[in-house]
Design a protein around this ligand. Structure first.
Ligand code: DSN
Length: 415
């Protein structure tokens, strides 16, 4: 993209973007929730659509001049419906958090009970964390993980649903590596008078191509971000049954948002078109294959991969078994020094604060977008293990950094 005018107008922002581009090109991106959009998505997001106000919905706007915006938003809606087989789609949420807040506001009143997975067990901030509005406004009860396997405890979910009578059960995770049984969750909810919000932000790409079971036929509400495995622009989306269409749309606008970000919605439309192509399924299959290879290689080096492996795009490495003194924070910093980007993460049965944590979360969507495959995952496992075993050794960090730069040069980004 031509950024000459930006350089002339604001050299400080130009330089920061230029440095970030170099960072993205020269680091191994293993943060499970990040990805690299296509140049086509990038162009749509950087387009003149950012200039337009379009409060309302296609053909029902509060502003004039929306004919082309309407076409963009309708394409995004139609493609998303086709991609996920959804009855109704709202593409306006600015983020996954906004999407979740809009669903809550649509069907809950303050004080209503929600049954969710806590962030400590792999859930998300917006699933009832006390410092998030979901935790402040609603009465939160958490189900957890099965002791020993660290998989979602559906029996406990059922017991709590029977005992607590929640109005809504949320299912979905930010740090959970196993397939989720959405049909079972819906059955538990519906037999106890509750509705379900499935938050598929992390696994949306896998769901879109059928490599993970879909919640869409079973759950009243499905939310997602569009920028993780789905590989679109940063943003959110809500899918729901037709009978909830009106209350969901009203809850997004005017309930919780004003003017939609139509340039981002254009990027979402492009992303959905890309996701409808056959090669997107191959891409998702490779994400899963790469995650399995990386998890297998970490296990082979003696690391504890939470739940013993992965069914999706991510894994949690509990560092306590091999490196008892290394916190997740230490590991994140040491890896970063060698151009390997990860995030510290709490693990089940955590003994440290979330600021230190005992684990790191690794994901393969971004490196798979660069074209890396199983062979490279084995190499990446080697590099991670090398750093973690020589935490303060600058020369090891430098050797690993060189290896990372070589890998990144072999699999360049398109921008
Ligand atoms: N913060 C995101 C993640 O990293 O998983 C979830 O919203």
């Amino acid at each position: 993209m031509n950024t000459k005018r930006l350089q002339e107008t604001d050299v400080e922002i130009f330089n920061a973007i230029a440095m970030e581009k170099i960072r993205q090109n020269e680091h191994l991106e293993l943060i499970a929730s990040e990805n690299f959009v296509s140049p086509a998505v990038m162009e749509a997001v950087g387009s003149v659509l950012t200039n337009k106000y379009a409060e309302g919905y296609p053909k029902r706007r509060y502003y004039g001049g929306c004919e082309h915006i309407d076409a963009v938003e309708q394409l995004a809606i139609d493609r998303a419906r086709q991609l996920f087989g959804a009855e109704h789609v709202n593409v306006q949420p600015h983020s996954g958090s906004q999407a979740n807040a809009a669903v809550y506001a649509a069907v809950l009143r303050p004080g209503d009970k929600i049954l969710t997975l806590s962030i400590e067990n792999g859930g998300h901030l917006t699933h009832g964390h006390p410092k998030n509005s979901s935790g402040m406004l609603y009465d939160v009860v958490h189900y957890g993980l099965v002791n020993g396997t660290d998989r979602i405890d559906y029996d406990q979910m059922r017991d709590l649903a029977e005992r607590e009578h929640p109005r809504l059960i949320t299912i979905g995770a930010s740090a959970y590596s196993r397939a989720i049984d959405f049909e079972l969750v819906a059955e538990i909810a519906h037999s106890n008078g509750a509705m379900v919000l499935a938050d598929i932000a992390h696994i949306a790409g896998l769901v879109a191509v059928g490599l993970h079971g879909s919640p869409v036929p079973h759950c009243e509400f499905v939310t997602t971000t569009t920028h993780k495995t789905l590989r679109g622009p940063r943003g959110g989306m809500i899918m729901c049954k037709e009978k909830f269409a009106q209350i969901i749309d009203a809850s997004v606008f005017p309930g919780t948002q004003g003017g939609p970000l139509e340039h981002v919605i254009a990027g979402k439309a492009v992303c959905f078109l890309e996701a409808l192509r056959p090669e997107f399924k191959q891409y998702q299959a490779q994400i899963i294959g790469n995650a399995a290879a990386l998890a297998g290689a970490m296990l082979a080096r003696g690391y504890h991969v939470v739940t013993g492996g992965t069914d999706n795009h991510l894994m949690l490495i509990d560092l306590r078994t091999v490196h008892g003194n290394v916190t997740g924070k230490d590991a994140q910093v040491a890896l970063e020094r060698a151009n390997v980007t990860t995030n510290k993460n709490t693990v089940p049965h955590e003994t440290r604060s979330p600021f230190l944590a005992s684990g790191i979360r690794l994901g393969t969507p971004a490196v798979t977008t660069r074209g890396m495959r199983e062979k490279e995952m084995l190499k990446i496992a080697d590099l991670i293990a090398m750093i973690l075993s020589h935490m303060d050794d600058e020369s090891v960090a430098e050797d690993v950094r060189k290896e990372v730069l070589r890998l990144c040069a072999e699999f360049p980004l398109p921008y």
